[in-house]
Design a protein around this ligand. Sequence first.
Ligand SMILES: NC(=O)c1ccc[n+]([C@@H]2O[C@H](COP(=O)([O-])OP(=O)(O)OC[C@H]3O[C@@H](n4cnc5c(N)ncnc54)[C@H](OP(=O)(O)O)[C@@H]3O)[C@@H](O)[C@H]2O)c1
Length: 308
Amino acid sequence: MATKNWTAVDIPSQQGKIILITGANSGLGFEATKVLSSKGAHVVMTARNLKSGNEAISLIKKENANAKLDLIQLDLSDFASIHQFSQEFHKKYKQLDVLINNAGVMNPVNRELTKQHFELQFGTNHLGHFLLTGLLLDILKNTPNSRIAIQSSAMHKNKMGKPDIYFDDLNFDKGYNKNIAYAQSKLANLLFAYELDRRLKANKIDITVAAAHPGWTKTNLTRHSGFFLKAILSNILAQKVEMGTLPILRAATDVNVSGGEYFGPTKMNELRGYPELVKSSDKSYDKELAGKLWKVSEKLTQIIYNFT
Ligand SMILES: NC(=O)c1ccc[n+]([C@@H]2O[C@H](COP(=O)([O-])OP(=O)(O)OC[C@H]3O[C@@H](n4cnc5c(N)ncnc54)[C@H](OP(=O)(O)O)[C@@H]3O)[C@@H](O)[C@H]2O)c1
């Protein structure tokens, strides 16, 4: 029997909620901001470039003059910026209902490094969000029934990316492959999501964690890709941003989520379609691997999560 497709119509009112979205100036983060503010949430947008963030606000306000939006600068490739962001957020807000770890960078052609000299994709997509989440945990703990939604990718299990956590060369000093580095960062997103969910549950903390991926969605993510992928394949195969944003919206708002879920499309080899519960790779559920990554991430970001 066919089940009903989950769409933005299924999102309940978000009145009274404070929702933080990283990378809210573009693509999936921008669309999620638009939808969640239209449902009444006060959305705190982050952008590394304030001009681009303010342009995004203007676009949303044109459609919805009453949208409750705030913008705070955040560069996830710089730990100092993440600490500064956290300080500013703590000054302004005492409540955080939903944290959406969405921002990301994909496939820079040449190996690039973050401010603290980590490979750009691992450093931004995983370590940056690991630090951010740890710094915001106190406010999430103080907000009843809060939630963390984490954006991963189908690439976390695509053979082309040989997905693994390369502990002996996390930063690809010995040789850089853009696909392998991206896949590592997106597998790390899932290992983190599931491990965080397990640790919160073990400590009886009322924060739910769910993950998602958008299939293949037309956004600015392919900015480092070649013409064929960016201008031709992307236009033919990728789904619209309204559709690709549904999985992360579901992870962030579906009241039936209990923690540890992964939402994504199921059509065309998980590249297109409405968001459904999907299974990630066996490796992403590996508790030993997740524990090892957690330990390394705490060491590299200098944050110890407080689960008391
Ligand atoms: N589109 C897809 O098909 C697809 C598939 C699988 C997974 N994803 C995931 O979806 C997420 C959103 O990507 P998107 O498709 O919406 O692409 P996008 O349009 O390029 O948006 C990415 C966002 O991340 C931000 N960002 C990049 N580096 C950052 C940094 N150092 N600090 C803070 N923000 C940073 C970007 O800011 P700027 O605008 O300043 O660059 C932008 O706001 C990513 O995590 C990506 O891995 C997308």
